[in-house]
Design a protein around this ligand. Structure first.
Ligand code: ATP
Length: 288
């Protein structure tokens, strides 16, 4: 395992270097069983861990100073600049079965949003799992799952690789490249990143352990308190086509978005659909 500390030579921040030992020393007991590795650069921490889950004996956190091929949902890209973001993936094994995992991205959103808010940066969640600051995207979450190998005792068990990118600083060139208004959190950028990572990992580990026992239901109310677009008119898009339109009414006990539509209540499963405010969609897209 690469447990090396990462130097700041290529970074724009002044934080002490990320190091597995420094993070572990600052973790709560919920996370002290998590193995940690730090790399200066990789393509995608999610891709790295997905390729290795069959070999893992327990949870593993992999943090990268930079990603050259960061991934969003449905093949979209997550862009970053060296030192400007906190990017990590956490591989975690759940009892399963797979259909119980529907609410996992939303539970992860709760863990991250509550931690970031407690550190002084209020954020909200856009369904299913983007973190918004002042209405702009501050962080993205990508959860990818894989059935655990049965010969490894994985009867119905599921590995989830939870990828997170949080913008700490947002250089102008990067915002231009992303092509839409995005948020950053300079306040968090001033923190020791080991401290920040430990706070996020500690709460995330506690939430994942609870989720494995209970499913999403106990998190629904916490998610709804953080809901960015409660009561707003929204559309659900599938590859640019409007699938549903209505008023956002929060999530239910399995993490589906509840919509009040002209034809009555509808629940939407996250899958690969996208949520947008109605006001941002041209009427030519099938909006009635
Ligand atoms: P959805 O609303 O369906 O989640 P999305 O457009 O937010 O859609 P994601 O897959 O969650 O898609 O994230 C990828 C998208 O995020 C990219 O297509 C890009 O628009 C945006 N993006 C890429 N890098 C960043 C970044 N560093 N900060 C904020 N947004 C980014």
């Amino acid at each position: 395992m690469n447990d090396g500390a990462m130097t700041n030579s290529s970074m724009t921040d002044t934080s002490p270097p990320l190091s597995a030992d420094a993070i572990l020393a600052r973790c709560a007991t919920s996370a002290t069983h998590v193995a940690i590795e730090v790399v200066a650069e990789t393509g995608s921490t999610n891709a790295d861990l997905l390729a290795r889950v069959d070999t893992l004996g327990g949870p593993l956190l992999r943090i990268a100073g930079n990603q050259t091929a960061g991934r969003g949902r449905a093949g979209r890209s997550w862009l970053s600049a060296p030192g400007a973001a906190l990017m990590f993936s956490l591989a975690w094994r759940f009892k399963g079965p797979l259909h119980r995992m529907t609410g996992l991205p939303m539970a992860v959103g709760v863990a991250l949003a509550e931690t970031i808010a407690a550190l002084g940066v209020p954020v909200q969640i856009k369904w299913p799992n983007d973190l918004l600051r002042d209405g702009k995207k501050l962080a993205g979450i990508l959860v990818e799952t894989q059935a655990a190998r049965r010969d490894g005792g994985g009867d119905g068990a599921v590995w989830a690789v939870i990828g997170v990118g949080i913008n700490l600083l947002m250089p102008d060139e990067l915002e231009e490249q992303i092509g839409r208004a995005v948020a950053a959190a300079p306040w968090l950028a001033k923190m020791d990143r080991n401290e920040l990572m430990a706070a996020l990992l500690s709460r995330l580990a506690a939430v994942l352990a609870e989720f494995d026992d209970t499913g999403f239901a106990p998190f629904a109310e916490r998610w709804n308190r953080l809901h960015a677009w409660q009561g707003r008119d929204v559309v659900i898009l599938d590859h640019g086509r409007v699938l549903q339109q209505g008023r956002a009414a929060g999530v239910d006990a399995i993490g589906r978005l509840m919509l009040d539509t002209a034809h009555g209540p509808v629940e939407v499963l996250s899958g690969d659909v996208s949520l947008r405010l109605s006001s941002t969609i041209p009427s030519s897209n099938g909006l009635s």
